[in-house]
Design a protein. Structure first.
Length: 453
């Protein structure tokens, strides 16, 4: 294009605008007269790119200056201030109907919200009980009778009679999920070795001859770790006002967790190191690696369960692993080592605690000799046991004093103590105890620890 051509195109743009303002037609057509005007106006543009841009602008202008009023795609039938009577449209799908039988279950039949709650939870609502039963079954067996569990319109039950029976058992026992869990877990199906492939099978081939092999959830992994190690979760209170200076009605506290599901986001420490929660972060680090999300308000049917390189790294090197594999002072693992009658029985006890099975002959051949060496002299004589000294109590850092210069130093010391781990048990000889802890660490880092047997 020559240097004069853009100037010509700018000059002829006036003709294009004039043509656009006079175009007749609708949103889908420029009309016969409009096409003639457009063609004449566009012929003034020498460059094809300029003509294409002008044509695009013409179409937009034609829509905007359209003489005929376009028909709205949205029909407004509700007048301002008009009330809409509530209607339950799922009677056929659920079996629950808005009738006198339902109103007999209500305290206030005129309350529409209570009516909705009654319609959903009424014993006549078979869908409600079946949805719960299907999700409990899926959690325990690895695949639902209806897959995916949230699609009850596009999917059909692979075993409709089984699903109906489970739902009736749930309703008959006052919607007790623990009863339903026990019912499934005591079945011969659940007792089979996890060799099934039901999740990816089409409904006709979903035989449920055995449970699917599946990894534990993040919460199950951490809680199992604590239970197997014989420790209780000891983390900071999940609160924004730890010194309780605010009135009770203004305090935002989720309590002191003793199970993994009770943890919440601890993101407040990101921009304020003085407010860090090092013990809670120790637990959250492992939870996040296995798919946990701190957002309770965002429930998910399926989490990210794919393996990644972070998971074995966390199990091997995290502060939580350090704490729970240490033969700490007066811990269950230390007591187990002190009271064990033989190295072989000690190895067997650890395998049962962490893997719910006995070691194989190959595993015994690896670990028993390591603990057998020095086993007879593993205990420190009673007159030479030195009890660990309690650590100096640190000042409490709260929202009311976290901006002081020494607040960061105090919290950094808390974090350092977490990284250091608990004090070791003085009853065990250090060299033998370290080999014993290495053995526990090796068992925990076997791949099967995070899988449901």
């Amino acid at each position: 294009m020559s240097t004069e051509e853009p100037q010509d195109d700018v000059k002829h743009l006036v003709n294009v605008v004039l043509a656009a303002l006079k175009v007749e037609g609708n949103a889908y057509s420029l009309g016969a007269d409009g096409k003639a005007r457009v063609a004449k106006a566009l012929s003034a543009f020498k460059h094809p790119v300029a003509r294409q841009h002008a044509l695009k602008e013409l179409v937009c202008l034609a829509w905007f200056f359209e003489k005929k009023q376009r028909e709205s795609l949205i029909k407004v039938t509700l007048k301002p201030g008009e009330s809409i009577p509530p209607v339950w449209p799922f009677a056929e799908e659920t079996g629950a109907k808005d009738d006198d039988e339902l109103r007999a279950l209500m305290q206030n039949p005129n309350d529409s919200r209570e009516k909705l709650a009654a319609l959903i939870t009424a014993p006549q609502n078979t869908r409600f009980a079946q949805v719960i039963a299907n999700r409990v079954w899926r959690r325990l067996i690895g695949a639902g009778i209806v897959e995916p569990p949230h699609d009850w319109e596009g999917a059909r039950p692979s075993h409709p009679q089984l699903l109906e029976w489970l739902a009736k058992e749930l309703v008959a026992n006052n919607y007790d999920v623990k009863y339903l869990t026990k019912l499934i877990m005591t079945s011969s199906l659940y007792q089979q070795e996890a060799t099934g492939d039901n999740l990816h099978a089409p409904p006709p081939q979903r035989l449920f001859a055995a449970p699917d092999r599946r990894r534990m959830t993040a919460e199950q992994i951490v809680d199992s770790f604590y239970v197997a190690a014989g420790c209780e979760m000891d983390v900071e209170e999940m609160t924004m006002d730890p010194d309780a200076r605010r009135p009770a009605n203004l305090r935002n506290s989720f309590g002191k967790p003793h199970r993994s599901w009770m943890l919440v986001s601890i993101s407040n420490e990101r921009d304020r190191p003085s407010l860090m929660l090092p013990r809670a972060e120790m637990v959250a680090e492992v939870l996040r690696a296995f798919g946990w999300s701190a957002e309770r308000q965002a429930p998910r049917t399926d989490r990210e369960m794919s393996p990644n390189v972070r998971q074995p790294a966390v199990m091997a090197n995290s502060n939580l692993t350090l704490w729970l594999t240490t033969a700490a002072h007066k811990s269950a693992l230390a007591d187990l080592a002190v009271e064990a009658p033989s190295a072989d029985q000690l190895v067997e006890s650890i395998f049962i605690r962490f893997l719910s099975r006995r070691p194989t002959e190959e595993e015994r051949a690896i670990f028993v000799p390591q603990l057998q060496e020095g086993f007879a002299t593993r205990l420190v004589p009673a007159d030479k046991i030195v009890e660990p000294k309690p650590l100096e109590r640190l000042p409490q850092v709260t929202w009311s004093n976290h901006v002081r210069p020494e607040a960061n130093t105090i919290q950094e010391e808390h974090a350092r103590r977490v990284r250091q781990g608990p004090p070791v048990d003085p009853r065990l000889q250090p060299e033998w105890r370290e080999r014993y802890e290495d053995f526990i660490w090796s068992v925990v880092n076997l791949r099967e620890f995070v899988w449901i047997p």
